[in-house]
Write a protein that binds this ligand. Structure first.
Ligand code: AR6
Length: 173
C-alpha cells in the first residue's frame, strides 16, 4: 500500500529512508532547507555532493534532475538532492517542478526507500506559489503510485508552518 501524509516540522529531524533536499544547481549548499540539511547532516553530505559535481554534473545539476547522497549524521539513510525551478525565470516552472517530484520518487524507489519526506520544493526563495506547488506535488505522487502500486511507499509532505500544512491537506482531499 502506498500512502501520502503531511506533517509540520523540521525535515532534518525525521526518521526516514530518504529525505529530499530543495537544493540548487551548485549542489554546494545554501540557505533554507538546504542549509538546515547540510548543517545537521555534517560534512559527509557536502563531500558526496562535491564528488557528484566533479564526476557527473561539472556544469551543475539541471532543474528537474535529482541525485542521491548519504544522510550523513541525519536520522535518514539518504538525501535526494533536487534543483527546483526558479519560478520567475524558469521557462517551464510547473513542468520542471513535476519532474523534480517524479525523479526523486524514481530514485527513492530504485534505492529501496519506502519512507520518504519532501519539503515544499521551490516554495521558499525560489518563489513558487504554494497552492500550485502543492497541487503539482500531490498529482505527481499519485500518478507515480498508480504506476507503481506495489512500491509500498509512504510519502510525507513536510510543511514548515501550520498554514502551509493546511494547503497540502486541502489538495489531498
Ligand atoms: N524543514 C522543512 N521545511 C523547511 C525547512 C526545514 N528545516 N526550512 C525551510 N523549509 P527553500 P527553494 C521550507 O527556500 O524555494 C536555498 O538557498 C520553506 O518554508 O529552502 O527550493 C537553496 O540552496 C519552504 O516552504 O527552497 C537554493 O539556492 C520550502 O522549505 C534555494 O534556497 C523550500 O524553501 C532553493 O529555494
Amino acid at each position: 500500500m502506498n500512502a501520502i501524509k503531511t506533517l509540520t516540522g523540521d525535515i532534518t529531524h525525521l526518521v526516514m529512508d530518504a529525505i529530499v533536499n530543495a537544493a540548487n544547481a551548485s549542489l554546494l549548499g545554501g540557505g533554507g532547507v538546504d542549509g538546515a540539511i547540510h548543517r545537521a547532516g555534517g560534512p559527509a553530505i557536502l563531500e558526496a555532493c562535491r564528488k557528484i559535481r566533479q564526476e557527473v554534473y561539472p556544469n551543475g545539476l539541471p532543474s528537474g534532475e535529482a541525485v542521491v547522497t548519504t544522510g550523513g549524521n541525519l536520522p535518514t539513510r539518504m538525501v535526494i538532492h533536487t534543483a527546483g525551478p526558479i519560478y520567475h525565470s524558469d521557462p517551464d516552472p510547473a513542468g520542471n517542478l513535476q519532474k523534480c517530484y517524479r525523479r526523486c520518487l524514481e530514485l527513492a524507489h530504485q534505492h529501496g526507500a519506502r519512507r520518504i519526506a519532501f519539503p515544499g520544493i521551490s516554495t521558499g526563495v525560489y518563489g513558487f506559489p504554494k497552492e500550485e506547488a502543492a497541487r503539482i506535488a500531490v498529482a505527481t505522487i499519485r500518478e507515480f503510485f498508480t504506476q507503481f502500486p506495489e512500491a509500498g511507499m509512504t510519502v510525507t509532505l513536510v510543511a514548515f508552518s501550520a498554514a502551509d500544512e493546511q494547503i497540502l491537506q486541502h489538495h489531498l482531499r
